[in-house]
Design a protein around this ligand. Structure first.
Ligand code: KG4
Ligand code: ZN
Length: 346
């Protein structure tokens, strides 16, 4: 029997709904809140209100694209956390109300876990074990994934997330928000050897990351070398493309180095990189070099790198098929949202 899954994602600034027939995505509608650009970052209250104003339309449009009616939906699922609490509440409660009204099964899904599986969207089965690197705007985590829902966290960032390093770096360079895609594009026209930005290592755990130092070193580099920047924060005459390329290289080298080290030390031949930063072209090409060295590298399709409901629906599919509705390693991340811990299967 095929399960028709209706999925919602509203953890941050994307409102998204998707329909899957088992593992196959039949529609995935994503609306991004571009207005945050003018504030240079996400304004949580405005994000929640924007989700409220659009979620019903996005939901109807996902059903229409899929050519499916409400009565044919078997399972409803939504991002349960982590994320911005006001934003989460909109999608979670919309989906839950939808499920209760239609007497459908409901699953709350962990956002990070769904990024982890986004590399395999469409597949009926996944090959294990693998090392997973999740690099988003809010998280940078390295996992050893032994089987479905069987994870060990090897390391994570001690301060800024990789996406945050991109966003904050872009802001200093006078670019817009979100900074990741802008640095990605600008860096492709720059010389990454222009300047060496150091990335600190975390002594206590070789798999932990730290990106706050590089952000400070970018600021000091700009202030110390370009008087116009120090005086007026102007980037006129500054080789922004070369600096963006050098900065991007430093962040990516650290991500690649620790992920490959984890794979080697655990003798694992598959790595899967997901989350918004996994859309980065340089990050993809650097990881793909390891395919010549006997490591299989998996990425999500680019449209599934940044937040989307298809990954939420696919994780729900895996949970239904491979049977675990609660798990251990993700508990901490569930707790940092305001949702209580309970069995989400109503
Ligand atoms: O996974 P995501 O959509 O949302 C969170 O769960 O946080 O990730 C958003 C992050 C932002 O920091 C954004 O700048 C970054 O992903 N990002 C990129 C690229 N596209 C998005 N970073 C580097 N290069 C990109 N092409
Ligand atoms: Zn995300």
């Amino acid at each position: 029997m095929v399960f028709n899954i209706f999925a919602f994602e509203t953890s941050c600034d994307e409102t998204s709904a998707a329909v899957l027939m088992d593992n196959v995505v039949v529609s995935n509608v994503v609306s991004s809140q571009l207005f945050h650009t003018e504030y240079g970052g996400i304004v949580p209250e405005l994000a929640s209100r924007a989700h409220i104003s659009i979620i019903h339309r996005i939901s109807l449009s996902a059903l229409k694209d899929a050519g499916i009616s409400v009565k044919d939906i078997d399972i409803v699922c939504a991002t349960q956390g982590p994320g911005l609490i006001g934003s989460l509440l909109v999608g979670y409660n919309y989906a839950k109300a939808f499920a209760i009204a239609g007497n459908k099964r409901f699953l709350g899904i962990n956002h990070i876990e769904s990024h982890l599986y986004s590399c395999f969207i469409g597949k009926e089965e996944i090959e294990f074990p693998f090392i997973a690197l999740i690099v988003s705007g809010g998280h940078t985590i390295l996992f050893l994934v032994k089987n479905y829902f069987d994870y060990k966290i090897l390391g994570e960032t001690q301060d800024d997330a990789a996406g945050e390093a991109f966003d904050k770096g872009a802001k200093m360079l006078g670019l817009g928000y979100p900074g990741g895609p802008l640095i990605d594009k600008l860096a492709s026209e720059g010389d990454e050897k222009f300047h060496h930005f150091p990335v600190s290592n975390v002594k206590e755990n070789i798999y932990d990351f730290s990106f706050s130092g590089i952000k400070t070193s970018l600021l000091y580099y700009l202030r110390n070398n370009y008087p116009m920047y120090k005086a007026e924060k102007s980037t006129e005459g500054i080789p922004v493309n070369n600096i963006a390329a050098s900065y991007q290289k430093a962040v990516i080298d650290s991500l690649v180095e620790k992920t490959i080290l984890a794979a080697k030390n655990h003798n694992i031949k598959i790595i899967a990189i997901s989350g918004g930063v996994s859309a980065n072209s340089k990050l993809r090409s650097e990881f793909l070099k390891y395919e010549n060295k006997g490591i299989k590298v998996a990425f999500p399709e680019k449209k599934y790198s940044t937040d989307n409901a298809a990954m939420i629906g696919y994780t729900a599919y895996l949970k239904c098929k491979y049977g675990r509705l609660t798990d251990v390693a993700f508990e901490n991340y569930l707790y940092d949202s305001a949702f209580p811990r309970f069995n989400y299967d109503i």
